[in-house]
Design a protein around this ligand. Structure first.
Ligand SMILES: Cc1cc2nc3c(=O)[nH]c(=O)nc-3n(C[C@H](O)[C@H](O)[C@H](O)COP(=O)(O)O)c2cc1C
Length: 395
């Protein structure tokens, strides 16, 4: 059986699955229930000096059919006082000494504020700190969150201040909303950060209620830009983790769009030591971790990875610069007539979005690939509703 235990900056996690800072970690009671359900670690909802006052409602989703693609929120930091959190942290650690608890912290660019928050949560017994340099809404206007993670000098400076008093591992949580996330990661690494988590939500505007003519989520008729999470942002998170894995030497905690063991496996393969989950738990509950652990373990057995550490970053060498791709590799589409339903989707796509390489004389006849016209772009493969019907074969 594959060993699911991992190490993140010296902290031992029973498995790579942690809850991210979000509503599922809003209280100590919730975090304890999550640990009971099988999560190895959790990051508290972000704690600031002042409790937040949240807008209502503060969530809106993007769906395809009844499937959620992404979720936008305009939620701020925790609505609870620091003193309440201190008690909660003490209690969580009393009951779950072997689980890993990070406190997520947010403050202005003021050294004393960071020192104060860090000392409070450390005295309460947290195992690690996560500095939130990444919330894209509400807090940047107050000089907090993503404005700090968009400036390498500020991110480095706060990390340095934090390290003056921190006695437990210090992770910085970065925003994807920058030109070069590696530049920010390196600044934090040079300032002494012990780990990086990425990503926080992606700045977004989820849509308009066309009947009411109101922006969403509509807070009594108005709204504000928010942060986008869930399956839609996984490709952005994977890109950021891969870049950070190549460009820094810090341990990484991958976050963004993880809902199944497969998503977690992808994050580990591009360099994450552990992963964090938020939106998927909001929609499906803490129980999903059991399936994730089983699925990841079975996959590791199948592929011969004895440990997560062995698997970590395995495919990174295969992510190259575009100019280093093998341009001699040539393929063409091939349609399996035994599976084809003659729906014509591949024909239309190739006609109007491809290379006019698929011929289909009528809806009664099978589509046919004209090899010399096919440019191997793969569009037809992604359009075809029948799995395995269209494949790419050597040209
Ligand atoms: C409603 C909501 C509230 C969140 N609050 C916080 C927060 O307080 N601090 C923080 O660092 N990230 C916060 N996040 C961002 C998540 O921690 C995570 O980075 C992001 O949602 C991507 O992961 P996911 O796709 O698994 O949700 C929040 C996300 C959501 C959906």
């Amino acid at each position: 059986m594959a060993d699911l235990s991992v190490e993140l900056s010296g902290l031992k996690l029973m498995n790579p699955f942690m809850l991210t800072s979000a509503p599922p970690t809003a209280t100590g009671e919730m975090i304890q229930r999550a640990f009971e359900a099988g999560w190895a670690g959790a990051v508290t909802k972000s704690i600031a000096l002042e409790p937040a006052i949240d807008a209502q409602p503060r969530l809106a989703r993007l769906a395809m059919g009844n499937k959620t693609i992404g979720l936008e929120n305009i939620e701020l930091t925790t609505q609870r006082n620091l003193e309440v959190w201190v008690k909660d942290i003490e209690e969580i650690k009393r009951h779950y000494p072997d689980h890993i608890l990070f406190a997520s912290l947010m403050a202005a660019v003021v050294k004393e504020e960071w020192h104060f928050l860090i000392k409070q949560v450390e005295e309460a017994g947290v195992d690690g700190l996560e500095l939130n340099f990444s919330c894209p809404h509400g807090m940047p206007e107050k000089g907090m969150g993503s404005v700090q993670g968009q400036d390498p000098t500020i991110a480095g400076e706060i990390t340095r201040w934090a390290k003056e008093v921190a006695t437990v591992p210090l992770m910085v949580k970065l925003t994807p909303n920058v030109t070069d996330i590696v530049e920010i990661g390196k600044a934090c690494e040079e300032a002494g950060a012990d780990a990086i988590s990425a990503i926080n939500t992606v700045p977004a505007f989820i849509g308009v209620d066309l009947d009411r003519l109101e922006p969403l989520p509509s807070v009594g008729g108005t709204s504000a830009f928010g942060g986008y999470s869930g399956p839609a942002i996984k490709p952005i998170g994977l890109r950021c983790i891969a870049q950070l894995a190549k460009g820094t030497s810090l341990p990484l905690s991958g976050v963004g769009g993880i809902a199944r063991w497969r998503d977690a496996a992808e994050y580990i393969l591009v360099g994450a030591s552990a992963v964090q989950v938020g939106t998927a738990v909001m929609f499906q509950g803490y129980e999903i971790v059991e399936k994730m652990k089983k699925g990841l373990s079975a996959y590791m057995d199948e592929k011969g990875f004895e440990s997560v550490a062995r698997m970590r970053g395995y495919i990174l060498p295969k992510i190259t610069a575009h100019e280093e791709l093998n341009f001699g590799y040539k393929v063409v589409a091939a349609i399996d007539q035994a599976l084809c339903s003659k729906c014509g989707l591949c024909y239309t796509a190739c006609m109007d979005g491809g290379w006019q390489a698929i011929e289909m004389e009528s809806r009664q006849l099978y589509p046919r690939v004209v090899g010399e016209k096919c440019d191997g772009c793969s569009l037809c493969l992604h359009i075809c509703p029948v799995e395995g019907c269209i494949a790419l074969v050597p040209a």
